[in-house]
Design a protein around this ligand. Structure first.
Ligand SMILES: C[S@@+](CC[C@H](N)C(=O)[O-])C[C@H]1O[C@@H](n2cnc3c(N)ncnc32)[C@H](O)[C@@H]1O
Length: 265
């Protein structure tokens, strides 16, 4: 396990990575290039891009609906196998303990993390786009709260959440959209609320946002330094970045967990 802070080298590689085009960025660039030609056709293209994004989210939802049982079987004891993850969740729980608003697990999947954080004393709500995952969660944990919700557009009031956890759900969001996801999260959170995000970390040889061979749905490796910068730009302060290598049996990618807090505590 390595605990790192973002430094100048990370910032430089992040800056380089952010200039590497990914498909959605390319589409956005094309949109801005023709913006001064005809506004109506730009609006039309923006509509197409939005439809494309919605289709991608539908694809992710359908893909997870199709693998609920094997996913649950593989992940039932996931937190027992990875003590580092439990440590990160314990740090998150300490930061979240001061508030009385609910904590959202966005992309909660089969809900073992919602259960774990509830056991640590937090008032949790699990959100997911997969109805299959939520049905399974309701059967296994009838005493816990879950709801349908998209991590990019959660239907809750401003400053109504006491914290956000998003473990391995951001990996399915096209990287060009992540900065606006963090802006949106800031709106949902009370001042001083913590955020924990976990994802597969791209190595220096890769580009931020490279797709990898995720077995369920299209997913992207991310630079921890780029995510840290985007969180800071949105108004969060980074508390900790924890890196770990793949364990035996896991896909050979590093894992990153970032803990951040909304400015204003
Ligand atoms: C790799 S699983 C991770 C599940 C759980 N967080 C964990 O740590 O095991 C990704 C989950 O995120 C959900 N998901 C993907 N995109 C989402 C979105 N835009 N909004 C909400 N949930 C999403 C999927 O349905 C799936 O349940």
């Amino acid at each position: 396990m390595t605990q790192i802070r973002t430094g100048p080298d990370d910032a430089a590689s992040a800056a380089t990575a952010m200039t590497n085009p990914v498909p959605a960025q390319t589409a956005a660039l094309r949109l801005s290039t023709i913006a001064n030609v005809a506004t109506t056709s730009v609006d039309h293209l923006r509509g197409d891009l939005r439809c494309q994004s919605e289709r991608m989210t539908d694809d992710v939802r359908d893909a997870y609906d199709a693998v609920v049982e094997p996913y649950v079987a593989l992940n039932r004891d996931a937190l027992d196998r990875v003590p580092t993850d439990r440590d990160c969740l314990a740090s998150f729980a300490q930061l979240a303990a001061h508030g009385d608003r609910p904590i959202a697990d966005l992309g909660c999947g089969p809900v073992h993390v919602v259960d774990h954080l509830s056991e640590l004393g937090l008032t949790m709500v699990g959100y997911d786009i997969s109805l299959g995952m939520l049905a399974q969660a309701r059967r296994a944990f009838p005493h816990l709260r879950f709801d349908v919700g998209d991590l990019e557009a959660l239907d809750v009031a401003d400053a109504s959440l006491g914290g956000i956890v998003a473990r391995y759900s951001l990996i399915h969001v096209p990287p060009a959209r992540l900065a606006s996801v963090f802006d949106e999260w800031l709106r949902l959170l009370e001042p001083g609320a913590p955020v924990l995000v976990a994802f597969f970390a791209a190595s220096a040889a890769e580009a931020h946002g490279s797709p990898f061979d995720h077995l369920v749905a299209t997913a992207y490796e991310l630079f921890p330094a780029t995510i840290a910068t985007q969180l800071e730009d949105a108004g969060f302060t980074i508390v900790e970045i924890v890196m770990r290598d793949a364990h035996p049996g896991e896909r050979p990618l590093a894992h990153a967990t970032l803990l951040a807090i909304t400015t204003g505590l």
